[in-house]
Design a protein. Structure first.
Length: 344
């Protein structure tokens, strides 16, 4: 499964969270595996040493010295933890405490990269599409409720090119509804393709999304894995133009909560900033920085934020603070409240 993450990264990175969501699913899938018994102290040492070098890529340069200092101060305490999961969690607790960045995390691979390397080439795009299709392209539920209200529950956003027509087909099933309830309460994020296609259905013209300010990184002559940061490059983003948007002007209610993260937060934030939707529920997770996965040796991976999101209308984003609902209610009551407001 690790190889699938590598192949998919190009579609995930612009979505503000994709890799972390994928790694979380991988970790859950392999939670019962005993393969991590092969992780040695040498592997943990290598992970810490490589993490220190990888931090040269971290977009928040001003925070890097403090992060490195904390990791150095706590190094012996980390290495005293022989359980790989405890080792990972201790590092992540300090990364979050110093950086405040919920995307900056270390993960454990389900199997060693040394083993993965002998398994052959990564799966084809067709094979990846088949797997995505089996998972419904991230669509958990799409149906018409009473009173002409459509309900769409998304578990994730796909980064595969074939997810765009899948989103179109899903929205087509909801055509004719007078209002939309979009449920993102348990959506950790995902890919750029499905996100932009969905947003194309929610306004009469392609909506302006948040810009991404990527760190400009030049090779470090002293470290081939390092980075010499040299300013920022701004990437402007828009929703995809679609033929006949399904909900160009109808009222939209978006359900959110603590389980809403990254790309799912981007959807809620962009719709709220544009005045296009009413956000209902609890404050979201607060992860806005687009990230990529970088290896830390055979067993460990770090999700490394390499950009900053900034919405042109607000001049800000939801990093560290989350998206604040327009209608604050407990997340478990958000659907009930949205339907009451929608008259459905």
């Amino acid at each position: 499964m690790r190889r699938w993450l590598t192949v998919a990264l190009s579609g995930l990175v612009l979505s503000c969270q994709g890799p972390a969501a994928v790694m979380a699913r991988e970790a859950a899938a392999f939670a019962e595996a005993d393969a991590h018994a092969a992780i040695t102290e040498a592997h943990r040492v290598r992970a810490l040493d490589t993490l220190d070098r990888r931090l040269a890529h971290y977009v928040m340069q001003d925070r890097t010295p403090a992060i490195r200092a904390r990791l150095a101060e706590r190094r012996e305490a980390y290495l005293a933890l022989t359980d790989p999961e405890a080792f990972r969690q201790a590092i992540n607790a300090d990364l979050l405490a110093v950086s405040g960045d919920k995307h900056l995390q270390v993960w454990i691979e389900p199997r060693s990269r040394d083993d993965v390397a002998v398994e052959g080439p990564p799966p084809s795009m067709a094979a990846m599409a088949a797997e995505e299709a089996r998972n419904g392209w991230g669509v958990r539920e799409a149906r018409l409720l009473g009173g002409g209200v459509a309900y769409l529950n998304l578990a994730s956003f796909s980064g595969h090119p074939d997810s765009a027509p899948a989103i179109d087909a899903t929205m087509g099933r909801l055509a004719g509804a007078r209002a939309l309830v979009l449920d993102l309460r348990d959506n950790l994020g995902g890919g750029e393709v499905a996100l932009r296609q969905l947003m194309g259905h929610l306004a009469p013209q392609p909506m302006r999304l948040e810009d991404i300010l990527f760190r400009r990184c030049k090779p470090d002559p002293g470290d081939p894995e390092g980075c010499v940061q040299d300013g920022r490059d701004t990437f402007e983003r828009f929703a995809n133009p679609v033929e006949g948007p399904t909900f160009p002007t109808q009222p939209i209610w978006v359900l959110v909560g603590p389980g809403t993260f990254s790309a799912a937060e981007a959807v809620a934030y962009d719709l709220q900033a544009a005045g296009r939707a009413t956000i209902v529920g609890e404050v979201t997770g607060g992860g806005a920085n687009p990230s990529i996965a970088m290896d830390l040796g055979p067993w460990f991976t770090v999700i490394m934020p390499i950009g900053v999101a900034r919405h042109p209308l607000t001049g800000a984003n939801w990093e560290g603070v989350g998206v604040t609902p327009d209608v604050p209610v407990p997340a478990e009551r958000a659907l009930e409240e949205a339907l009451r407001l929608a008259g459905g």
